[in-house]
Design a protein around this ligand. Structure first.
Ligand code: GLU
Length: 418
């Protein structure tokens, strides 16, 4: 991720906790406990490459909190992963699970590597060795990984297999986001984007706008961004621009999201889609639109470009895309921001459904998954909105109030051992 000198994501995450605690009156000792991750594990991952050389990758797994249930969160493969970033992401998972009220704590993992330059078999060997290094620390009741940036159901399948081979029997619930054929949930792959579309629809409604014909720009066209675009298009919105790390495309009349997905699958980028103009990521962020969906990495909207944002609503499909300074600028401009811990909680919500279905060996239809997801996302949106109205807070502060309040209550009830 981009890490400008003033933005250490871990410091931002701790400050968010401290600020929320002061708004809702949480005791200093509970805040002190929540500032510290429960566990930070760093592992070395020696991996045999296809040319028979070895590379040693570094990986992290951070379990921030398990007060409300097992630690939960994805694993990302990215060259710019840092430990402080993973700590921040783990904290955000704790708040995310609490804001949608599912019985999990928060965790995150990251491996410093460039999966775009690795073959499938190199990725498989690295993933299996990572799993082996994590084996005593993860498990269905301990800490349950899932996909994140540049990891996917296939990576989860390798984790299931490696973990299960070592235990001696199949344990699908060690991860979520698995392929459906080995115990995954229908709708999980689309859940982050779909959940973001649900809250964007509600945000449009409460801000007095109609989703029909609402203009949407999506920065980041991976699993979250592409599905958010597709579902918003199905709901009647007009997707005027999308981008990925290589650049963006713009079409005033609205682009065909399905065609953009196919084009990216064929060429590796959205750029070059017929009928669209080429734009940069910065130009996309400044487009006049009803909903801007940052769906890439942290720190996309900063003090440098927040003033240029020309959207009425920002729905954060990515984790941490808006810096605190940028949030203040957006507040001054009257931009309504639906924060990451709410807007992208659909992924972990269906992860929870996957875990529940797997533990009962009773699987739901896709319609059941989607409608339960909709209920949770819509209720959570209005719960956060009510909190925002209670104290005239913005939606981010309100979401943190709700989440930190729930976790703090759990800490208080359980007490400190021994
Ligand atoms: N990686 C996703 C997130 O950031 C999902 C995590 C999960 O399903 O555990 O929310």
């Amino acid at each position: 991720m981009e890490e400008s000198a003033s933005y250490n994501p871990r410091e931002v995450a701790v400050q968010q906790l401290v600020d929320a605690a002061s708004r809702i009156d949480v005791s200093d000792s509970i805040v002190e406990k929540l500032k510290h991750p429960k566990r930070i594990l760093q592992v070395s991952i020696p991996t045999r490459m296809d040319d028979d050389s070895f590379q040693v990758f570094t990986g992290y797994r951070v379990q921030h909190n398990t007060e409300r249930g097992p630690a939960k969160g994805g694993i990302r493969y990215h060259p710019q992963v840092t430990m402080d970033e993973v700590v921040a992401l783990a904290m955000w998972m704790t708040w995310k699970c609490a804001v949608v009220n599912i019985p999990y704590g928060g965790a995150k993992g990251g491996v410093i590597c460039n999966p775009k330059e690795m073959s499938l078999s190199e990725l498989e060997r690295m993933t299996r060795r990572l799993t082996s290094e994590l084996i005593g620390f993860i498990g269905p009741d301990i800490d349950i990984p899932a996909p994140d940036v540049y990891t996917n159901p296939q990576v989860m399948a390798w984790i299931v297999d490696t973990y299960s081979m070592n235990k001696g029997y199949l344990i699908p619930a060690v991860v979520t986001g698995k392929p459906v054929e080995i115990g995954g949930s229908l709708g999980r792959n689309e859940a982050t984007g779909r959940g973001c579309a649900f809250v964007s629809r509600e945000a449009l409604k409460t801000q007095g706008m109609d989703i029909n014909g609402a203009t949407v720009a999506v920065q980041g066209f991976g699993n979250a961004g592409s599905v958010a675009a597709k579902v918003l298009e199905e709901m009647g919105a007009k997707i005027i621009a999308v981008s990925d790390s290589r650049g963006g495309i713009y079409c005033e009349a609205g682009l065909d999201v399905g065609a953009a997905i196919e084009h990216k699958a064929d060429t590796g980028a959205v750029s070059g889609l017929e009928g669209c103009d080429e734009i940069t990521n910065e130009e996309l962020l400044a487009l006049e639109c009803d909903v801007l969906v940052p769906a890439a990495l942290e720190n996309a909207i900063t003090a440098d470009n927040a003033d240029a944002v020309n959207a009425k609503i920002v729905a954060e499909a990515a984790n941490g895309p808006t810096t605190p300074e940028a949030q203040a600028i957006l507040d001054d401009k009257g931009v309504f921001v639906v924060p990451d811990i709410l807007a992208n909680a659909g992924g972990v919500t269906v992860s929870y459904f996957e875990w529940v279905q797997g533990s009962q060996m009773f699987f739901w239809t896709e319609d059941e998954v989607n409608s339960r997801l909709e209920t949770i996302m819509v209720n959570s949106y209005y719960g956060v909105r009510a909190e925002a109205q209670r104290g005239n807070w913005n939606m981010r502060d309100a979401a943190f109030n709700v989440a930190v309040g729930r976790v703090a209550k759990a800490v208080e009830l359980r007490g400190i051992y021994p």
